[in-house]
Design a protein around this ligand. Structure first.
Ligand code: SP5
Ligand code: ZN
Length: 334
């Protein structure tokens, strides 16, 4: 399978993240990409499709923020990575904010996504990998793999979170729409619900968002991904959520994914984007499902059974020692 990865994606390397009452080592490390590259035998550097297909999904002011925030942080006399601490829960509306802390909080939903001077370049490369895989599939490849790192599915139109800055799956789906594919489906099988992807397509009927994930009643991101979230307006019924309990193994995961595959088949999509996270693996350090390495091939075969041109975009997966084998197992199912 053709795979895409830009070397600049390795440069984003925050020191630490804030969650569960303290700072811990940042889980979304560059070594994740190295492990995947070693297991799949390398990847092609993506062609540069420019910023336009990114701006088709994200607010241009947010893209400026991603580029400029680290310099503003340094100019305010701060050291280390830029991290927010105050969030506009009362209502997000256009405000002329100048202090870096206000900008950070207005463009993030958590404190686990620090920005470094390299974050923009790395995430830009990640988005280009998603675009290259999409164009490979539009050009006739049965399936292609975008080694997206930083990952994407938590990033919304104008906010970051969950280690994500640019929503690579959404950028891929929108690029396919703009290339003339009338309906696109996104299947998200990362351990966490894809907050940003759901938000971006919430009121749209042309892109179906379907996700299997840990129940947000017990797991991050808490406020998104409950079973009663089904989209709005044109998008009503085009968001599907299947939360599952801790300890979930192949049978229950496969059954939930199977329901979503049936819905995708009925939707009439011309192209499928899979947000693939290997943080559903039994040994993942921040997650609580129990899939095995061999299980990923089974899940991928079921997905391939749809017969749709498929872009696989990498999301989470934090057990670096098993990540390469898990991704290789998944891709072998195609
Ligand atoms: C792309 C992606 O997978 N993002 C996930 C971001 C999760 N960040 C919050 C982590 C909270 C970890 N809780 C640890 C519980 C250990 N049992
Ligand atoms: Zn995840």
């Amino acid at each position: 399978m053709r795979s895409f990865y830009a070397p600049a994606q390795a440069t984003h390397a925050p020191q630490r993240e804030l969650h569960n009452g303290g700072f811990t080592a940042y889980a979304e490390v560059p070594a994740r990409a190295a492990a995947i590259l070693a297991a799949i035998g390398g990847a092609e550097a993506p062609r540069d499709h420019g910023v336009a297909p990114i701006a088709a999904v994200h607010d241009p002011a947010y893209l400026d923020f991603l580029r400029d925030a680290p310099a503003l942080w340094a100019a305010a006399g701060r050291s280390g990575d830029a991290i927010p601490y105050a969030f506009p829960i009362v209502g997000r509306r256009p405000l002329a904010l100048s202090r870096i802390d206000a900008l950070l909080g207005a463009h993030a939903f958590d404190a686990t996504t620090p920005l470094t001077p390299d974050s923009w370049t790395a995430s830009y490369g990640s988005a280009q990998s998603a675009l290259a895989a999409t164009h490979a599939v539009l050009g006739g490849e049965r399936a292609a793999f975008a080694l997206c790192r930083p990952p994407g599915h938590h990033a919304g139109r104008d906010y970051c979170g969950g280690y994500c800055h640019l929503n690579t799956a959404a950028i891929a789906a929108q690029a396919a729409r703009d290339a003339g594919i009338a309906k696109v489906a996104i299947l998200d099988i990362d351990y966490h619900h894809g907050t940003g992807t759901q938000d971006i397509f919430w009121a749209r009927g042309d892109v179906l968002y379907a996700s299997v994930h840990a129940d947000p009643a017990t797991d991050y991101p808490f406020y998104w991904g409950h079973a009663d979230e089904r989209g709005e307006d044109e998008g009503e019924g085009a968001t599907l959520n299947r939360p599952l309990p801790h300890g979930t193994r192949l049978d229950a995961f496969r059954a939930a994914q199977g329901e979503l595959l049936e819905a995708i088949a009925g939707f009439g999509a011309g192209l499928l984007v899979v947000s693939f996270g290997a943080d559903t693996w039994e040994g993942d350090p921040i997650s609580d499902f129990a899939l095995t390495t061999a299980n990923y091939q089974v899940l991928a075969r079921d997905i391939a059974g749809l017969g749709l041109p498929t872009v696989v975009a990498m999301e989470g997966g934090y057990a670096v020692e098993a990540l390469g084998a898990n991704v290789a197992s998944f891709l072998s199912g195609f």
